[in-house]
Ligand binder design. Sequence first.
Ligand code: G3P
Ligand code: MG
Length: 242
Amino acid sequence: MLTKIIAHRGASKRAPENTLPAFELAYDLGADGIETDVQLTKDQIPVLIHDEGLKRTTNGYGFVKDYTLNELKQLDAGSWFSPFYANTRLLSLKEFLIWAKDKPLYLNIELKNNKIDYKNLEKIVYKLLKEFELLNRTTLSTFNPKSIKRMSKLDKQIDAAFLTSKRRNDLVEYAQSLGAKAIHIKYRLLSRKLVDHCRKEEMAIRVYTVNKTTQIKRCINLNCNGIFTDVPGKAHQIKIQE
Ligand code: G3P
Ligand code: MG
């Protein structure tokens, strides 16, 4: 099995995270997939942005949940990264799916509902993926265990992944009990034992955020299902040489 190189928030080392330029670049650099983060607007539209707040990655302030998509579309989501990307706009999930639909990319949509547990976020995202017929190549992940349960209740077939940075001995069993089909773990939790355990239980294992050469090689050699990386071009080169 080949480890998928998944661009973390797009090619986020070289372009503003979670924006079209970052996704385009990741695709051009040979990424196998794209990871992106979803929050919900005031008018219940999933939008791609990592933080609950607007301050770090836009020229706005306050919370995503307090603005409509139209209002958020007025913001500059590129200048904070570099003047070259001035006036880059936030993308709705729907716009992202339109872009991804005709490309052979694996998708990982991370529901950012561990701090604000947005009502119906799972249903809204699921409906959109169904409409676009993209469920067969998309993983929905979250740090929120309750959200994993809600997803598997919605549709047992959903490829739900439990995200965690916390060590626990029963991690695989715990993720299974929630209804998850995969675990997405922080790099420091990675071990051969855990990979073997996942294999035995037919649970996929993907690792974040893997940018260093030695770490990328280790994940590939351990046969992890995927790595989330800010440097998909570099990881792709390493993968084709290994
Ligand atoms: O999905 C992997 C990774 O993105 C989880 O952490 O904070 O970068 O969204 P974060
Ligand atoms: Mg993420």
